[in-house]
Ligand binder design. Sequence first.
Ligand code: FRU
Length: 497
Amino acid sequence: MKEWTREARYRKVEDATVEELEMLKETVQNSQYRQTYHIQPSTGLLNDPNGLIYFNGEYHISHQWFPLGAVHGLKYWDQYKSTDLVHYSHDTTILKPDTQHDSHGVYSGSAFEFEGSLYYMYTGNHRTDTWERKSAQVVAKVNEAGQVEKLLPPAIPEPPVGYTQHFRDPKVFMRDGKLYALIGAQRINETGCAVLYEADRPEGPWSFKGEIKTSLTDFGYMWECPDYFQLNGKDILVFSPQGIEADGDRYNNIYQSGYIMGELNFETLEMTHGEFKELDNGFDFYAPQTFTDEANRRVMIGWMGLPDTDYPTDSEGWAHCLTVPRTLMIEDGKLKQKPHMHLRKLRGHRETALGYANKFLKQMHPYEGERYELIVEILDNDASAMEFHLRSNKNESIVIRYETNSQTIILDRTESGQLPTPVESMTRCAQLDTPLRQLRIFVDTSSIEVFCNEGERVLTSRIFPKSKANKIKVATDSGQVYLKMTKYDIEEGQQDE
Ligand code: FRU
């Protein structure tokens, strides 16, 4: 495995030779794990989705990017565009580390529209000679010629008093004619929180309004990637806290992503809210960001990966992808996440079958596939537990297990092929609010996204099957289950690189 010195990690892609980049591209293209309908880096490492916006009839989707290898190095924003949210084409590397303020990375941020123009606010990450971190929030404007101009000096040059340099990931939104920037922060006592700034115009001045006052006063050491929006009159604060201990089936990943829902008073910044809930119960989900689509639906895209974890594709010069877009809505007072309706546009050949599954693990019609959307409807269930084995052959499977009495859904990665490391345990579980009726599962070459009961829970994971494991099998522990299965193939080459 390549040793990554600090120098190599902070090398600019502009300083790489054409031959070096070509070789890297070729290694990446030979990877057996390349995705087909998820945004993934052409080379190097992708992390957080950034600058998501529907602007002038197009979706702009950028992501954190270190182009030169599968490590967290010098970050750029690489951008894709789409007219339908599901077919993307690579646009350009929209933000580059080319100023003193972002000399060590153009970190995460958001996009917003103001008086018909497109703007970004992102975190400029700078390291001093003694490797001290300096965080500034920079506004950039897309000018009439379509070029991005950074508006310097930074809009928010340093953290407010009482907070450390872990101060990043501004999410800008408009409310009652004012601009707000919500920023992830760390108090000097090393606990995480989110703070709010306001301005009348993107150029500023930006003034510090204060900290969002939640009841989570000691909840991890840093809150990354905060987001705020209203849905059905409820205020929702999304963030990715670091430093939360595992608690039974909760918080099993290295870092978490979740939300609190309630009422936020913009005068006092007090938020009354329910408990913190994880947005995803799978192995690989972090740093999500939301935006509104062409019909004003609230859509979320996450990073299908986690920091501080090695992935099987690292040695192939690339890592990670984004999730499919999910629509957020509130039903019966609960936040639901559903596959975005435009994902239907990916549907190809369809197969449907009705059948009983019992305790003998058997291949079920539809029999196989490597990339597909699978809808499982549970029409009658007197099984104690049922299992769906996907991407399966003799030795490998990713297993989705449902235990009827406890209404628990379990994703078991034990035999799914190569595994990321280090990762605590081989299973992830979630308790459903109602008995399992439906699963909608998106499988790509190296990922699985399982939506349960019309968005009650989602479990997202990378999987790295070693071979062409592609069978679809079903079994119960005892008793039987009557199922309807519908599979839509998703054609290869949906992503235009
Ligand atoms: C989250 C994060 C952000 C930061 C970015 C750097 O994954 O750590 O807080 O802006 O990634 O790539």
